[in-house]
Structure formats: C-alpha cells, structure tokens
Design a binder for this molecule. Sequence first.
Ligand SMILES: CC(C)(COP(=O)(O)OP(=O)(O)OC[C@H]1O[C@@H](n2cnc3c(N)ncnc32)[C@H](O)[C@@H]1OP(=O)(O)O)[C@@H](O)C(=O)NCCC(=O)NCCS
Length: 210
Amino acid sequence: MNAPTARSGIRIRTAAVDDADTLVELASLVDLHLPSAEVPAALAPMRHALADTDDSPLSHRYNHFLIAEDAAGIPVGLLTVGPPKWMSDPTIVPKFMRPQIVRRLATIHMLAVRPEYRRRGVARALLQHTEQTFRQAGYAALTLRHDRDLVRFYRQFGFTTSSRLSLTLPTQGLRTVRERGWKHSFKVLSPDAAITIVQGMPTITGVVSA
Ligand SMILES: CC(C)(COP(=O)(O)OP(=O)(O)OC[C@H]1O[C@@H](n2cnc3c(N)ncnc32)[C@H](O)[C@@H]1OP(=O)(O)O)[C@@H](O)C(=O)NCCC(=O)NCCS
C-alpha cells in the first residue's frame, strides 16, 4: 500500500518484516517514559507483530505499521497502531468482549518524524493515512497517550484530550484508564460512536453495541 502525500516527495507505505530495524530506530525518537534498558523489551512485541500478516484491512492483523519515506526512499517517519495494553486487563475489558473491541478501537502507539524532516507535514500525512484506513476498516475510535506538550498538536487533528481515557461498554458501564504522566487523546471515526460527557469526563460511547 503506497500513497503519495500532499507535500512533494514524501510517500507513506506499510512496513514489512524486514523493516523491523528501521522501525526500532525511528521508535527511538519517541519518549516511551521508560528507562533505556527497558526499551528493547518494550519494542519486542512490535518485531513479533511484524511477522504476523493476514488479509485484514490493516497491515498486520490488528496492528498497522506505516513508514514515511522521502523521494530517495529514506525512512523519515513512522506511525504504529494496535490494540492498547489495557485491552488485556479483565478489570477494564471482560475477556468475552475483547474480540469485538479489538476490531473497533485501536491506539496509536508511536508517531515520530526525524528531526530534520519535521514541520513539513510528515506527521499530518501519517495521521491522515491512518485515520482513513481505520475508518474504512469500520473502527469506532482511535486513541493515544502522549506528553502534555502535544495537546495542541493532536487537537488540531480533531482529537479530544483528557487526563484519562473513558469509554462506556454495554453491561459494564463506564471504564476509565489513567496513566501517570500521560495525557489521553481520542477521536471517533464512525457515526455509531460519539464522545459525550459522562460523570464530567469526555467519554467514548458506541464502541460496542449492546
Ligand atoms: C510530534 C511530531 C511527530 C510532529 O511531526 P511533524 O512531521 O513535524 O508534524 P507536521 O509537520 O505534520 O505538523 C502538522 C502540524 O502540527 C504542528 N506541529 C508540529 N509539531 C508540533 C508540536 N510539537 N507542537 C504543536 N504543534 C506542532 C505544525 O505546525 C503543523 O501545523 P501546520 O500544518 O498548520 O503548520 C514530531 O515533532 C516528532 O517526531 N516528535 C518526537 C516524537 C514525539 O513526540 N512523538 C509523539 C509521541 S505520541
């Protein structure tokens, strides 16, 4: 899947298994809020997921890995999306509901652009590409967590920001994810989902129908 972007010379493509080192290198531009010794282990699932392809609308089953390249084919940016970690927490999502939610909600794990290519629309192109893919795949919402200084950045792309991620699930009611030191942003992609205020917090509703 290749697509030229609005600004000349940059192309967005999905990653292949032999892009693992490139992804890891670009991922080093993201502050994961982890001691450096823990970063390789944190990125290990990404290498594993890169080997796991199927015929789903996403590049790698429930994950989507994008690379932005310049006109010479040099990788200049990455965006990785997949199921959020909290989806495996049974106190937040009951196990029986996981197969439904994993097809309706995904999290941007990493977005990074090489410093010398910033402010040229590369991140914008990666985000727009991602949004279009997940919208077409029938996803209800994209979420992510990020540093406080990127609130304005994500707001300009239509994300709602909060100190916690809230969603309602049928029979489960309000579910909340809070992670110290992170802001949460989310955007609905389908008309059957919405962001409404529940208990004073912006909350994603309609991820899974009752
Ligand atoms: C944040 C980051 C991905 C932005 O990439 P980029 O390619 O420079 O962004 P773009 O050029 O597409 O910018 C799109 C818009 O956001 C604005 N913008 C860019 N970086 C911004 C920032 N740090 N804060 C606020 N606005 C920003 C731009 O001015 C641009 O607006 P415009 O089109 O109206 O001029 C990049 O700075 C980066 O890799 N940072 C380090 C890693 C990181 O923090 N990633 C996010 C982790 S969740």
